[in-house]
Design a protein around this ligand. Sequence first.
Ligand code: NAI
Length: 350
Amino acid sequence: MRFSQIHAACFDTKDYTRKFLEEANRSPEFGFEISFFESRLTLQSVRMAEGAEVVCPFVNDDLSAPVIRSLGKMGVRLIALRCAGINHVDLNTAEKCGISVVHVPAYSPAAIAEYTLGLLLTLNRHIHRAFNRVRENNFSISGFMGFDLRGKTVGIIGTGKIGLAFARLLQGFGVRILAFDPAPNPAAAQKLEMDYVPLDWLFAESDVISLHCPLTPENVYLIREETIQKMKDGVTLLNTSRGKLVNTSDLIEGLKSGKISRAGLDVYEEESEYFFEDRSDRPIRDDTLARLTTFPNVIVSSHQAFFTKEALENIAQMTLWNIANFFRNEELAKRENYQKSAYQSLQEVF
Ligand code: NAI
């Protein structure tokens, strides 16, 4: 099948997105016509997809009902997400409009797990602050006291690909691992010496809590005032999953009171206006984000846990493979229908 006539419109692209997708697209098994747009997919920019059969959005693109309806009217047949999470896609509307949705379920769980561990070690030992202090010729270590991870309890919420990769990394630290997941994995639990416990138990006993579950309607604000109160005093909270899992105002109250001693956040509930962009020439209008970045014991990063060479290669490969697969299956289905109707008309003749 020739793919050169299939047009894919990629939104929210950066130079690195383009580089990896172009490299992957040079393979003889792909060869699509790809347009790259820096703009996010929104109701205003959706017109840019005119003439494309496929759109390739990223995590913060708008895939609400009105945008999807516009894509449907323009003849788009496939939304090929360049990310794992699908929480931002109105799947019902896509189905109604006859648009299929595919995503990249796993491109490098290790990338996100390693980054999460990086946040934990940096926050615990104040490495981010030491870096700045020494550059100012201040060699004091006051205020930088951390704790040994050995002997502490780490609670992992969500033990899918990333949660388990994080648990594997923790094996060398001598920590006790508690886990919560509505679909537990007993084999992994045994191998990793990890105990599944009820969520409240995990909250009560963990010194470190790390979120690795997807955002669903049921777990919006999984971390809020009521659940923070159930946690140990001085808990460290890590979120490299999705911003809306945490009620940020309640987190800020927890940080102010000292209930939460450290927070490592690679995602933020209102990140779409800021993350991935250079906003250094203007003030932050979001007071909650601005307040978060004032805490020395909080690291906010701009949704970069996935950002490794290996992950970008895999995202590009998988995205193009998803598109190719969609059109190959469509071709196969057409052939099968054609054979069926040819067979039926033969039966009618004889
Ligand atoms: P996965 O689908 O392999 O695992 C998710 C696990 O969470 C499943 O075992 C599921 O049963 C469990 N789960 C669902 N609801 C839960 C709840 N309320 N409480 C506890 N567990 C629950 O997903 P994977 O690949 O491990 O990714 C996890 C999340 O990480 C993604 O949904 C995405 O939001 C986030 N992510 C973040 C990235 C970043 O760059 N910061 C990059 C990639 C993914």
